[in-house]
Ligand binder design. Sequence first.
Ligand code: FES
Length: 302
Amino acid sequence: MQQAVLARIDRVTDDVVALTLAADADEGELAPWEPGAHIDLSLPNWLTRQYSLCGDPADRATYRVAVRYDPLSRGGSEYVHRFLRPGRRLGVSLPRNHFPLVAAPRYLFLAGGIGITPLLPMLRAARARQLPAELVYSGPTAESMPFADELRPLSGVRIVETKRQGRQDLEALAATLEGDTLVYCCGPASMLAAAEAVFPVERLHTERFQPVARAFGPDTAFEAVCARSGGTVAVPADESLLDALAHAGRPLPSGCREGVCGSCEITVLDGAPEHRDDIGAPEGRMYPCVSRALSPRLVLDL
Ligand code: FES
């Protein structure tokens, strides 16, 4: 965990603020990151929330994130908008990246609303490498779209105001796509579903802020063996592996508790996990906030 000072809060739309987090004077620099990365921000009200980094990766002195006020807030965005003030020291995790910019000769970026945040540094990175990159950025009106003013003057950027222009026709975009283009999409679930329906899966990279509703088999009890520290934890059918480990005195970091942020990632040494996350767990890893076991026991590197 790093410590940072909240240097500035800038209102970028009626319901979005940009936070500039500055490196703690003692530490000098913040940890490096690549476009697509996000951080966990530990708020003074004991909540932890994940935000995509949308500043400049070359700037090691500050991080920039944007926070949209969610009327259904579980306390995170409401706290940021109503109570957070410059000067607060905040805990910031090391950046994690489940949405990396894979090398390609050209890119198409599709953003919806606050989904612009991980795509901003990607667009800049593609431009810095002098690669052809187009951004189609949709939202109800330009005034409601964070960073629209910053983006509008750039070539290859199309701002789509859906209230006036209707939705971008993704099918038409897909039909004109050159064969070696990688498509990066971040926005509301409806936009991600529309993109998944028209772009080839091997060329489409998406990032979700909300889990996809899916059905899994009934939750069953299993055992978790902690190989390093010793001991076996019983995981009842009505409790997550994350909570069972915490109750057994083995708490893990957790941010979203919905299988989208990656902060609770652990290594599985043996057994068959049932992956229920929306990240796509790497081989030998799992996210215990949502994932369970298909085998009677899992052996964990804990
Ligand atoms: S807490 Fe976010 S993936 Fe588990």
